[in-house]
Design a protein around this ligand. Structure first.
Ligand code: FES
Ligand SMILES: [Fe+2]
Length: 380
């Protein structure tokens, strides 16, 4: 049996008893956050360097010695499965003269990592354990040297890292928050499997991509959805949860069923944003994670992860699930392609003197709130 997510004990989030938009109202905001290099540097230091960000699927590093890498906003990190089943993470930076220690993105069976330049050797937690011709160095200089540790944790079958390091990082559970953990937890992502990761190199700020997933206003025009979807999307509810967000959009043709018990897991597209750049898009049968990783102030590596429920292809019920899900995933990739096309339009106006500010509707509240949160976090 394929897992069918249901609302369970989670509160009703849609319907006549729920206020669909927070009391926030229409707003305006400057366009500067998307192009200001000074702000980007502050974000690297105070947001991307101190918050929990996604680094892969747990299943990519299953056995002791398996490892995956994260690379983004100028940082490079290696995450390795330890013999006790936990994960360790460290900056992929040789402490001798600075190059990346590990070349590949992913591997298995590692016991040591050796820098390709002069052969300094690190264990799978990043501790320096070997230096060729050690007698030529000062022991004082080598004492306690390690590739700096990065905090790492797992939730929902995802690997998360925090560059602040194990001493300073707060807890991942607190960052996601109990409400999102409970609501998003109903999809049981820890039991899902990775089907595909699609990658785009996009010529705009990562925040412009988060914006695109923080509203449904663009769906009718950009994605050419039928009028029924537009009508149903107006029933959507938007929720601000600390620094994070939830949004629930009734799926086409489900409004009647939804009204029976307001089971948003079963009958709505459930959408969650974990600040600063992890976006979960949950259809009942499969989940996409949209992960815009900044490479510069206005350049982004945009990863789209597709995870599905596992099963036996010989089981006709599962084979049918798989076929249905794959057809929907193929359609979604076309939709994401349309979003990418808009980022190209945004690239053309990046330096335009006529692009000064955004005029946001009440139902674009998450966008204004997101940039307000960002501004508060980088403030002195
Ligand atoms: S730079 Fe890594 S061993 Fe020299
Ligand atoms: Fe879109």
């Amino acid at each position: 049996m394929v897992h069918i997510p249901t609302r369970g004990e989670v509160p009703v989030r849609l319907g006549p008893t729920i206020t669909p938009t927070p009391d926030y109202g229409p707003r305006k905001m400057s366009r500067d956050p998307y192009t200001d290099p000074v702000q980007y540097e502050l974000e690297r230091e105070r947001v991307l360097g101190t918050h929990w960000i996604l680094a892969g699927r747990s299943e990519q590093a299953k056995e002791p010695g398996d490892w995956v890498s994260f690379e983004g906003h100028g940082e490079t990190v290696v995450i390795t499965r330890q013999p006790d089943g936990s994960l360790a993470a460290f900056h992929n930076v040789c402490q001798h003269r600075g190059p990346a220690i590990v070349k590949d993105w992913q591997g298995c069976g590692a016991r040591r990592f050796t820098c390709p330049y002069h052969g300094w050797v690190y264990d799978t937690t990043g501790k320096l354990v070997g230096v060729p011709e050690r007698e030529d160095f000062s022991e004082e200089h080598l004492k306690g040297v390690r590739a700096p540790a990065v905090a790492v944790d797992e939730w929902g079958g995802w690997i998360w890292i925090n560059l602040a390091g194990p001493e300073k990082a707060g807890s991942l559970a607190e960052a996601i928050g109990p409400e999102i953990m409970a609501d998003l937890g109903r999809f049981a992502m820890e039991g899902m499997i990775l089907h595909e990761v699609v990658e785009w190199d996009v010529p705009v700020s990562y925040k412009a991509i988060v914006d695109g997933f923080n509203e449904v206003y663009h769906v009718s025009e950009l994605h050419h959805t039928p009028p029924e979807f537009t009508k149903q999307a107006r029933v959507a509810s938007f929720h601000i949860v600390g620094d994070n967000y939830m949004c629930f959009v009734p799926r086409p043709d489900t409004l009647d069923k939804l009204a029976e018990n307001w089971d948003h897991h079963k009958y709505a597209i459930c959408h969650y944003v974990v600040f600063p750049n992890t976006v979960f898009n949950c259809n009942p049968e499969h989940v996409q994670v949209f992960n815009p990783i900044p490479l510069g102030v206005d350049r982004t590596r945009f990863l789209c992860w597709e995870i599905i429920y596992p099963g036996d292809m010989n089981d006709p019920e599962y084979a049918e699930y798989y076929k249905r899900t794959m057809a929907h995933w193929a359609a979604l990739k076309v939709v994401v392609g349309e979003d990418i096309a808009i980022y190209e339009q945004l690239e053309r106006t990046k330096q335009s003197s006529a692009y000064k500010e955004h005029i946001l509707s009440a139902r674009e509240c998450k966008i204004h709130r997101y940039h307000e949160t960002m501004a508060n976090k980088i403030r002195d």
